[in-house]
Design a protein around this ligand. Structure first.
Ligand SMILES: [Zn+2]
Length: 423
């Protein structure tokens, strides 16, 4: 493996250093041989490789939308060295064999580490627990379980799942959506907008009701719950309450719920159809505040690639979801760092350390120190560009930031000592 010397990089804490990468780890820069390949990082910030707790890679099953190859290439372009592959694949990742298959796809095709998320229930049916223990003990070493795309709506099933995963320190990552209050047709934040546009409403309480139930079940079972894609002010209040009580709850916010608001759907552009839906500005403000103060622990992209034909429908029947790996860091910088709400050490906590802890990924989310795995993202804090969906490394084009001017920070991504992206 070639070695690499990065000179003059600033770390998140503001200090300047050289980083010497040899044999996949960070080594003493003083030991770098003369003539070693160099990257001049003057003016750049070096941060630990980003970790996404919530990625849809679509393989196996929908390789026309994304593959492990294209999805993880997009991840590398976005500064990620690890993604967690959600279980709503075809077949669903609900057995040890299926988990090991996704694991092996990641090892074969991945441009970053692929950690497998297992389904909570068989076939995501919400009724019968899947092979949680066998997936945990498999070669995929699964620790995060989620029916994401669907909510585990039955309280007893949720209680059993939380109880079961305790024995191997697993966590249930919930897609919080009361299926009666916000059914399969709900696609617009319930507000004056859903009324005006004639779109089925998705009330914010359909999320917070499930969050409130789940944190209480986590308390009852003394187990760990993770709330996916928090999108409402009410959910933030519940999570704040639960944390104060000592309940083991973590939560994530997506980049799009930090930046994009309900009025964007007024043109019925299905690129902006996502589940949970884009919310109004007071909710966005609550999510930003919660991500800054740590009530929301981490950023999860919910990168959801779709083939064109699945978006090319009337708004209420098009598939929900938007891609997000390549612009995640840009959006967090724009909304949180460039506005002074968040400093770089906190960004590293929210986008690398916290998601790595959630997923029990020991070689990810580590400080940039000698002896640590060489997972490094080099960031130009001042570069900006207009997003062009056609330039994406993802196979999909449902990019909600197309045409928007944003930071364009990622200069290089290094995963386990290998350069996986370089501008
Ligand atoms: Zn979801």
């Amino acid at each position: 493996m070639p070695s690499l010397l990065i000179t003059g990089a600033k770390l998140a804490d503001g200090t300047t250093t050289d980083l010497f990468i040899a044999d996949g780890v960070l080594a003493d820069p003083g030991s770098a041989p003369a003539g070693v390949e160099r990257i001049d990082a003057d003016g750049l910030i070096a941060i630990p490789g980003l970790v996404d707790p919530h990625t849809h890679l679509r393989q196996p099953g929908r390789e026309d939308a994304e593959t492990v190859d294209t999805g993880t290439a997009a991840a590398a372009r976005g500064g990620f060295t690890c993604v967690h592959a959600m279980a709503n694949l075809t077949p669903v990742t609900d057995t040890a064999e299926a988990a090991e298959f996704v694991q092996s796809l990641g090892e074969r095709d991945g441009h970053c580490e692929v950690r497998v998320v297992g389904a909570v229930t068989k076939g995501l049916d919400g009724e019968e627990l899947s092979e949680l223990g066998l997936m945990a003990n498999s070669r995929a070493n699964v620790r995060v379980f989620s029916d994401d795309g669907r909510c585990v709506a039955d309280s007893l099933v949720m209680r059993r799942a939380l109880t079961y995963v305790k024995s191997f320190d697993g966590v249930i990552a919930q897609h919080s959506q009361d299926p009666r209050l916000a059914g399969p047709t709900a696609c617009c934040h319930e507000s004056e907008w859903s009324g005006k546009l004639g779109l089925p409403g998705w009330p914010s309480q359909a999320e917070s009701i499930i969050v409130a139930r789940d944190v209480q079940l986590a308390e009852l079972t003394d187990s760990r719950i993770h709330v996916c894609h928090v999108s409402t002010a009410e959910s933030v209040e519940v999570i704040r309450w639960a944390k104060k009580r000592g309940i083991k709850v973590t939560a994530e916010a997506t980049p799009h719920h930090l930046l994009l608001d309900t009025p964007l759907v007024a043109g019925y552009d299905t690129t902006f159809k996502v589940n949970p839906p884009l919310r109004t500005s007071e909710h966005l403000e609550a999510i930003r505040e919660a991500l800054a103060d740590g009530t929301i622990d981490m950023v999860g992209t919910d990168h959801a690639p779709h083939a064109r034909q699945d978006k090319d429908h009337p708004f209420d029947v098009a598939l929900p979801g938007m891609i997000g790996l390549e612009q995640a860091l840009a959006v967090v910088m724009e909304v949180m760092v460039n506005t002074g709400r968040m400093d770089w050490p906190t960004l590293v906590e929210r986008m690398s350390f916290a998601p790595a802890r959630l997923g029990h990924t020991p070689t990810q989310g580590r400080p940039l120190a000698i002896g640590e795995p060489a997972n490094v993202t080099l960031v130009d804090p001042s570069a900006r560009a207009t997003v062009d969906a056609e330039q994406s490394r993802s196979r999909a084009r449902n990019n909600p930031y197309h045409g928007r001017e944003l930071p364009d920070p990622v200069m290089a991504t290094i995963w386990a000592g290998k350069v996986t992206y370089r501008r």
